[in-house]
Design a protein around this ligand. Sequence first.
Ligand SMILES: Nc1ncnc2c1ncn2[C@@H]1O[C@@H]2COP(=O)(O)O[C@H]3[C@@H](O)[C@H](n4cnc5c(N)ncnc54)O[C@@H]3COP(=O)(O)O[C@H]2[C@H]1O
Ligand SMILES: [Mn+2]
Length: 658
Amino acid sequence: MLTAALAVLCALLVLVLLVQRPAIWPVLVVLAVLWFALFGVFRYRVRSWVARWVCGGSFEKSKTQFSLEPLSQPAALLSGETVLWYNTEFRTRLMKGEALLVPRVQKVLPGLDLQEARKVSGQLLNLADGVWSAHSSTVPGEAESMTLLVLNEETALRKVEAEYKASRPGYLVFLVDGYDDVFSDMLDSERARLLEGINRVLEDMIGRGTGFLRRVASGRYIAVVEERQLEQFAKRGYDVLDKIRALDPSVNLSISIGVGRGAKTLREAQDMAVQALDMAQGRGGDQAAEMTPDGFTFYGGVSHGVEKRSKVRSRIVADQLVKLIKEADHVVIMGHRMSDLDAIGSAEGVLRICKICDVPAVIAVRRDATLAGSLINALIAAGQEDDFIDPKGALPIISQRTLCIVVDTYQLGLVESREILEKCGKVAVIDHHRKGVGFIEKADLVCHEPYASSASELVTEFLQYVGDRDDKPNRIEAEGLLSGIMLDTRDFTLHTGVRTFEAAAALRRYGAETEHVRQLFDVSMVEYTTKATLVSEAQMYRGCAITVSGEVAPEARVAIAQAANDLLTIQNVEASFVAVQVGGGVNISARSLGAVNVQVIMESLGGGGHQTMAAAQLKHITPEAVRSRIQTAIDQYREAQKKSGLESESEQKKKDKQ
Ligand SMILES: Nc1ncnc2c1ncn2[C@@H]1O[C@@H]2COP(=O)(O)O[C@H]3[C@@H](O)[C@H](n4cnc5c(N)ncnc54)O[C@@H]3COP(=O)(O)O[C@H]2[C@H]1O
Ligand SMILES: [Mn+2]
């Protein structure tokens, strides 16, 4: 009111003045313009100051500050990477009560990643005294960007989580390999001493933690332990295997361990452990197999396998096989891809069993991709052409009542024809390779004997239990079986047990002539020269001969395996690796004299096979890159050997010299 009165008064006075002195008109205009200008500027400043005050642009004493200050979580405001402001909680809990002037955020919260903290899940930070989850939101704007950071303490929660994970139960099954064979003709006192030794080693292993161990049958133990202990076992590579082996080196004592880890329930863990144990034994025993929801991991398996199988089992399997064959309308027999003498020899043996049972049967084989052409030709020459069929031609005759018998491989990925396997109602598998991952799962009968020399040896045994006295394989079939045994034992020099010779003797009785068998191995000139070149190009590496080469003629593929065999006859070569380019990839054949387990080495490159005879097929890789991968795999294997005290002679000698 007063202001208005004063303004009216001023206006009246100015009017009087103007009437009296018209000369000051211009001055007045200038003053008025000045006043408007000043008023405009003032108004602008006041407005922006108010806006900053409300929105927090000028933060001190703003409402935003007042609302963040008493927050129960630590909070901070950053400009770029610089901390502009933090609340009391932040100072006391994350800066130990010290007040710092505009510190870098990395100094206060090492490891903070603002990008990560912006996500819904935030970022977990391990700070001095606990675990924190950091959440942030940023107002973009180059140098003037602003970030609000809020932290939640999760130490207690994370402790509970870690404890939960570390205390999940794991299940172990231990089985003394070949219990009956090892202990049957031992003195009672000796047996008691060894069993006491095994008990002690296992109790030592399990007793250290919170789990328990129980003996459930002769040579069979179970244990339930916590995840943290399983982690320790894995880290030490299941060194109990070595301790058990060391109990008495003269008796070949070893155990197999199956481990179920990471299961949801104890029941599931038990099932997994039993499957894993089966796997460990299928691979020759003396090793630990760990099954997790992601698959299998193997530990150990660097010692020699010992023959542990019984004839009773062969007879039972032969009976079951005959029963399956008789139930079927037809039988389709097949081996692995790139079939060899063992695959075709044993397939022909199984075909004879079918003939004895009077059930129609054929062998599915790709005759343009086989290493057993000599045997197939010999059988055709003897009038048995109808025994063979191309895998594609076999498909139409297959029904749900067809039995598929797979010989010389158990691997789904290696069979001659996957379609046949899938279409047949029933499946039987007869194999001698050590088990790896990726086997045929839905088999109705599995005869898997890693201690047998070859599939042909197994089939020869079955033949003795099938049919009447007069039901025998003919001469050429017997020679095929014998060639299979000779191929896989490298002419009876490797992997040869008592029963290998028994099988060979039986085949001889059926009329097999060794000279004819020898002829099945004859090579062409191209094969021979290819082999000779591969052998001459070999280089030594830690007791192993390695050859790496470009493509070889397709008709000389067998030279790869043969070169690997021949390299072993050179002095001081314990194992050989022949890697040859095939299309865009590389095939490796690996052989050993027994001291080195080439299966383990090939498995690390994605292949498999047997202790003394294994292979791998690598895709999209150059031969030279393969050389370094083989060398790394050998290094790893040698380290594992060193750890378990099973160093090879040549490595030992090298060390002694140093
Ligand atoms: N990805 C993978 N996963 C798991 N296992 C894998 C695998 N790739 C290969 N294997 C296995 O490794 C073993 C060695 O194969 P490789 O081709 O060197 O050697 C083969 C074959 O090339 C060789 N061979 C065939 N005919 C021959 C002949 N006339 N003279 C010399 N060697 C011959 O004899 C060996 C027979 O070995 P066998 O069938 O018992 O077992 C094979 C095969 O089943
Ligand atoms: Mn084979």
